[in-house]
Ligand binder design. Structure first.
Ligand SMILES: [Fe+2]
Length: 241
């Protein structure tokens, strides 16, 4: 089972002084044996932290775009010379060629989940400006019995390799139905708040906050169970076949 907690991943720096822990990277011939190199389409998934009072270095994406999710804290995004207030639950899509930096003007750390996706050759991104959307703005969609999901971004918003990024909420003592996924896709569940029990194929795994789990391929399937007395909320991203 491909399961990792961000604390078990080596720290590195991105955007000057965002301390990140890269949880999963894309598999290729060079990284096939590297731990966490399990993604088929998405370049990488990381958890980052910008300290209270800190500002990240200005950064421009070349040939790739980034999605940030504000998991905790607040701050300001400076993009193309404009200031944008950030709050918990915001998704931020940053296409290529937009100069951007983060300012943590709060007293607590700014915790970010960071997705990187390459722009496929010959494909122009539809966005030339950043996009910010809080998942709470999106309608609630019910699926797999007890998944209550709210979209952050999808391909209509300009994603290229990623098809869907969303938050899934499950109420206490509920379960999803078991459903299967093929191998040539990415479906990652990162436990944001609360905890759950994830059945993937024949393995049963406790998924605590900060733990990411890849569920594809799975046979006969996977299902997330909230076995606790508190709601759980998971950050989910996928590339479908
Ligand atoms: Fe699934």
């Amino acid at each position: 089972m491909n399961k990792k907690h961000w604390l078990d991943c080596a720290p590195s720096l991105t955007h000057g002084n965002i301390v990140q822990r890269v949880i999963f990277t894309q598999r290729d011939s060079k990284t096939a044996t590297a731990e966490g190199a399990i993604l088929n389409h998405v370049d990488s998934f990381a958890r980052g932290c910008l300290a209270a009072g800190a500002t990240s270095a200005p950064h421009i994406n070349k040939g790739f775009q980034e999605v940030f999710f504000v998991a905790a804290g607040s701050g300001t995004l400076i993009a193309a010379g404009k200031n944008h207030a950030l709050r918990e639950g915001d998704g931020i899509l940053i296409p290529p060629a937009v100069k951007h930096s983060f300012v943590n003007n709060d007293c607590s750390p700014l915790e970010l989940l960071i997705l990187v996706e390459s722009i496929p050759a010959g494909l122009a991104t539809t966005n030339t400006e950043i996009l910010i959307r809080n998942y709470r703005q999106s309608p609630i969609v019910q699926a797999h019995w007890h998944h209550f999901s709210q979209s952050i971004f999808n391909q209509k918003d300009g994603l290229t390799e990623l098809h869907s990024i969303l938050i899934v909420r499950m109420e206490p003592m509920t379960t999803a139905d078991m459903h299967s996924h093929e191998s040539d896709m990415d479906e990652i569940w990162y436990m944001w708040k609360g905890a759950g029990m994830h059945v993937v194929s024949r393995d049963v795994s406790l998924q605590s906050p900060g733990t990411a789990l890849a569920v594809a391929p799975c046979n006969p399937g996977h299902m997330l169970i909230n076995h606790t007395n508190e709601p759980l909320e998971a950050f989910y991203f996928a590339h479908y076949v």
